[in-house]
Design a protein around this ligand. Structure first.
Ligand SMILES: Cc1cc2nc3c(=O)[nH]c(=O)nc-3n(C[C@H](O)[C@H](O)[C@H](O)COP(=O)(O)OP(=O)(O)OC[C@H]3O[C@@H](n4cnc5c(N)ncnc54)[C@H](O)[C@@H]3O)c2cc1C
Length: 419
């Protein structure tokens, strides 16, 4: 049957990481693919990712690096389009990259190199992208319209038209960074077709602190230090399966900001923190400060506390702690009780958190389309044949470190294999 101009095998809504990868994989199967996006440019988040150098994947991608109500859901896609597949793609394009830490792979060049690579692949696969296009509505076509199953009403430059497709892929991402094109559109579509959407929240996001903490932290803005952060769920707090929530710990950099706390370790723990939970920070992980101070009191009695702390913390932080938390006495003046109090505060600081910076600065959205509604092999909605959800819009969120892009690539690829 001859295809009309407005008819496509596959329409993908969202020209982000997942949508572009899905277009590549479907296009390589000779499917006629159209990507629609309301933004002015494709791949905005790829452009700003990884501090401008796109942390595009991680050597150590494992399902336990993902949060989801069903922790098994991500396994199939991640095992069928792996980090090694994406690395092979980057190698094919001769793009240089480096490992930063813990397997995190960053582009040596600007993130644009990764986006250009994706756009080149999309074009080579024969898929087309239409930007600045609003999707006004989606409806399921009657059976006699087969093989076309969905009709979209779209608007571009004030002109409305209808498009039809056999497979419709929703790749509209999460809610973070609305200035970059993020919208709740994917969740709306899921609800329109009767799919459950789990509650969403901002994740990989800095914490804001209550005013009384800021006298210490605000002047330290810009300073970072290694720390271990532990989140202990509020008493009696249950997960969405009704089981007690588990605590979580991350060690890494903590960054003081004007508003509160950020840095990799803070962003990681924020995905696990809920209002009412306790956040505990060990500012000198790996040292028994109690024992250390008692020992120094014997061998260096005249040395000041500020100097001793400065041997294990940035000098500015040590000085600030001795101004705000402790008196800067010499070691000989410290009683056992005082030393225990100092060690306790340094190893178990419980900052008073007022919340997070929210979707304005969050890297990802936790929650989303309930994975129970989707096939983990194809990402197709069980209740709506021909409708697919991929990437961040689904209830799968990765840790910091390239895991979120890998989920976008993997889920996009597997859907592209079947649409
Ligand atoms: C500042 C920042 C830095 C990040 N750095 C990294 C990193 O280094 N490594 C990593 O792994 N992850 C990183 N992430 C997370 C990563 O960017 C996302 O997880 C990933 O982009 C999700 O891909 P996606 O395709 O599902 O969604 P997106 O990339 O968000 O793409 C969704 C697309 O859908 C479009 N869209 C939305 N609504 C509509 C609508 N109604 N109509 C039409 N189009 C619509 C948007 O314009 C967008 O183009 C970062 C995120 C941010 C915000």
């Amino acid at each position: 049957m001859q295809q009309q101009q407005n008819q496509h095998d596959v329409i993908i809504i969202g020209a982000g990481a997942a949508g572009l990868m899905c277009a590549i994989s479907a296009g390589q199967r000779q499917r006629n693919v159209l990507i629609l996006d309301h933004a002015r440019k494709a791949g905005n988040k790829i452009m700003v990712s990884g501090g401008g150098r796109c942390n595009f994947t991680n050597y150590y991608v494992e399902p336990n690096r993902y949060l989801s109500r069903n922790p098994h859901f991500c396994k199939s896609a991640l095992s069928r389009y792996t980090q090694w597949d994406f690395i092979a793609l980057v190698d094919k394009h001769g793009l240089p990259y480096h490992e930063k830490e813990e397997g995190q792979l960053f582009s040596d060049n600007k993130s644009k190199a990764i986006l250009d690579m994706m756009l080149q692949e999309v074009s080579d696969a024969g898929a087309r992208i239409r930007l600045k296009t609003e999707v006004l509505g989606i409806e399921q076509l009657p059976e006699d319209a087969a093989p076309y199953r969905y009709q979209l009403t779209v608007e571009q430059n004030g002109l409305k038209e209808t498009l039809q497709c056999q497979s419709l892929v929703i790749a509209t991402g999460g809610l973070s960074m609305p200035t970059m094109g993020a919208s709740g559109f994917g969740y709306q579509i899921a609800e329109q077709f009767g799919l459950a959407v789990l509650p969403r929240s901002a994740a990989l996001v800095p914490f804001t602190l209550q005013p009384e903490e800021k006298t210490l932290t605000e002047p330290l803005s810009g300073l970072s230090t290694p720390a271990t952060l532990t989140c202990t769920p509020a008493k009696g707090s249950k997960n969405d399966k009704g089981k007690p929530r588990e605590g979580m710990s991350f060690t890494g950099s903590l960054l003081f900001t004007h508003r509160g706390l950020s840095g990799p370790a803070v962003l990681q723990i924020s995905s696990y923190w809920q209002s009412g939970d306790t956040l505990e920070i060990d500012l000198i992980p790996g040292l028994d400060l109690d024992e250390h101070l008692k020992e120094l009191r014997q061998i260096r009695p005249k040395v000041e506390l500020k100097t001793v702390l400065g041997e294990h913390l940035p000098a500015r932080l040590a000085k600030a702690l001795c101004e705000h938390w402790f008196d800067n006495t010499t070691m000989s003046e410290l009683s056992n009780a005082k030393i225990e109090e100092i060690a306790d505060k340094v190893h178990r600081w419980q900052p008073k958190i007022s919340g997070t910076e929210g979707y304005r600065t969050a890297e990802v959205t936790l929650g989303g389309i309930d994975t129970d509604e989707l096939s983990s092999k194809t990402m197709e909605a069980k209740k709506a044949p021909g409708l697919y959800f991929i990437g961040e819009v689904v209830d799968v969120s990765g840790h910091l470190g390239g895991f979120n892009f890998q989920w976008a690539w993997s889920s996009g690829w597997v859907a592209g294999e079947v649409v």
